[in-house]
Design a binder for this molecule. Structure first.
Ligand code: ZN
Length: 301
């Protein structure tokens, strides 16, 4: 599913292609992916101009200015698992699972939202509503300072992998970049953040930043569904060292990469480079809790 580097790539694409343009018409083909009513959605964005495009964690927010001086409204987008935003010419055939079309300016081009699995969400909202959603997320993983990172890890029990996925400490990481960051920092996914030494935690912080920076530079990772605004795949997949490589040799030591389930998600790691500490968390400990959290993670309310 799209994580920070993929959403950042989409955000950059939108800034290039959509910033400053007017959303002249709105067509909702499948209201199930909206938060709120279709009428409220259309009314909140039609006729408005895209004044800025921001991202926090995996959430995109387009600020929309009205012509008549009404307060700025926002189009909030979550790509969920398989959501795609693309800019297409109006006459290009509609792909399956296209749920929303936003005509730009004269209508020759449009933004399309597709989502095969429908975990993604579009919402028209006010500044206060946007701030309420973003306020529940920790600092963006690209922006988080070392002090904030240390603070979020303090006294945290449970698996570090689950902690990296939780969007409240800091936001933007998902399964791929959590596994890659832990591999780069040589930390076992079941290590407990609150019990890592300052030195190890600093290594994790630096690895995380490095992995995200490289992934953004390479426009993210594509497995099945992720594409950018022009329909191109990301180029980070070939660089993956742990994620999705179970059974393949570690690029550092040639041990076979292993896969275990932590916090209800697959975790890929090298048993030699990422030693399991004696005070490791139990792999099944947060399984049930995290399942519930996964559902709310995709909601926007
Ligand atoms: Zn290794």
């Amino acid at each position: 599913m799209p994580e920070l580097p993929e959403v950042e790539t989409v955000s950059r694409g939108l800034r290039e292609r959509v910033l400053g343009r007017q959303i002249s018409e709105v067509e909702v083909l499948h209201p199930g992916i909206l938060v709120g009513s279709p009428a409220g959605f259309v009314g909140g964005i039609r006729g408005r101009r895209v004044a800025s495009i921001e991202r926090k964690g995996k959430v995109l927010a387009l600020a929309l200015e009205a012509q008549d001086g009404a307060p700025v409204n926002f189009l909030m987008v979550r790509l969920g698992m398989t959501g795609q935003l693309t800019v297409r010419r109006r006459e290009q055939p509609l792909e399956p699972h296209t749920h929303v079309r936003l005509a730009l300016d004269t209508g020759e081009e449009e933004v399309r939202f597709r989502d095969a699995r429908r975990f993604g969400r579009l919402r028209s909202c006010t500044l206060e509503e946007l701030e309420a959603v973003l306020g529940r997320l920790g600092p963006d993983a690209q922006q988080v300072t070392e002090a904030e990172f240390f603070q979020a890890a303090r006294a945290r029990r449970g698996a570090v992998k689950g902690w990296l996925l939780n969007q409240r400490g800091f936001s933007g990481l998902g399964n791929i970049y959590a596994d890659e960051s832990l591999f780069a920092a040589r930390i076992h996914p079941l290590a407990q953040p609150g019990r890592l030494s300052r030195r190890t935690l600093r290594r994790l912080y630096q690895s995380l930043k490095k992995v995200l920076r490289r992934a953004v530079d390479l426009q993210g990772t594509s497995f099945r569904d992720y594409i950018d605004i022009e329909g191109r795949e990301g180029n980070y997949r070939q660089r993956l060292e742990a994620y999705g490589r179970a059974g393949e040799p570690c690029r550092r030591c040639h041990s076979a990469i292993q896969r275990i389930v932590v916090a209800g998600r697959s975790s890929h790691f090298c048993p030699h480079c990422q030693r399991r500490p004696r005070d490791a968390a139990l792999p099944t400990g947060s399984h049930r809790a995290s399942k519930g959290a996964r559902h709310t993670q995709f909601g926007l309310s």
